[in-house]
Design a protein around this ligand. Sequence first.
Ligand code: V47
Length: 349
Amino acid sequence: MTHHATRYTTLNEALALYDKDIYELGEQADKIRTDYYGKKTFFNSNAHLNPTNECSDVCRFCGFSAHRKNPHPYTMTKDDVLARVDEIVSRGALEIHIVGAHNPRCNLQWYCDVFANIKKHHPSLHIKAMTAAEVHFLATTAGITFQEVLEKMAESGVDSMPGGGAEIFDEKLRKNICKGKVDSQGWLAIHRHWHKMGKKSNATMLFGHIENRAHRIDHLLRLQQLQDETGGFNAFIPLVYQKENNFLQVSEFPTGQEILKTIAIARIVLPNIPHIKAYWATLGINMAMVAQEFGADDLDGTIQKESIQSAGGSDSASGITKNELISQIKNAGFVPVERDTLYNEIHVY
Ligand code: V47
């Protein structure tokens, strides 16, 4: 997918976009969005499942990990996971998004058993699972390469990878907020290899904490480059930092204007990534609706149960109904399109 608008490839050029006023940026981003999709806004019927929150990692921004401020550690059994998946499917989910903490008790074999079992019982359920951070953790603990982990994941039924764990690529900042996690080169190498296996994934960026605008632009440009090389990213998801229950000291939070500008700039700098997701679990549903005017064309999904953003204070713990999503999108003047994970259209409302 390419767009013939100006290509922003250098830090200075792209950074200067922040100096534009918000209307101009919105218009520029909306032009790309509208050329691609008109008034369509995509969503899916999905569910999130987080098998464990017992984590050996040290991300200072995280309120989900039980080793930090969350006093309620849990690890599901394989049977718990299957029972939950049965329930999720009975409630209409077409995609299961599985990510967990870095827990040595849930090793590669544990995950592969879980994936294979899910596929056995629900062959058509799309499994979107394992961030590059988890792939790195599983490879390191098993003493094997990430390539081997990715092969095993694919063999046991993982269809695509979510975009988590990217945070901010700038090495210095990354050391400050999540030292010990997969490094930037590693994150990109894992997605590169997954794409070369013919698979799709997403990419995220966690912003609105202690990073600056140049860090965000650097992050976008690294993704733009990898996408030029592989074409394997489906969506980019700017995640707004949720401030509760964690150890990151943040003194100033981004305004709504700064968030919208960042979404618009993502659309403008990443014309080669098909979709920009306004993830309502970090934006709130109102801001997600406005984001549709600033380049975003996708709202993620119904989620059913959300544990990571809600641990950080967001109002997303119990998901949103499909009808609510549809009516919000319609009332905002857009056309709701239910999609599958790979963006095939299932129903236009
Ligand atoms: O990588 C952790 C983030 C991510 C906080 O690929 C926080 O379709 C905000 O990646 N405030 C996991 N965010 C979620 C994720 C995701 C979500 C939805 C769709 C997709 C997709 C991917 O959550 C982590 C981390 O960046 N996170 N703590 C926090 N306090």
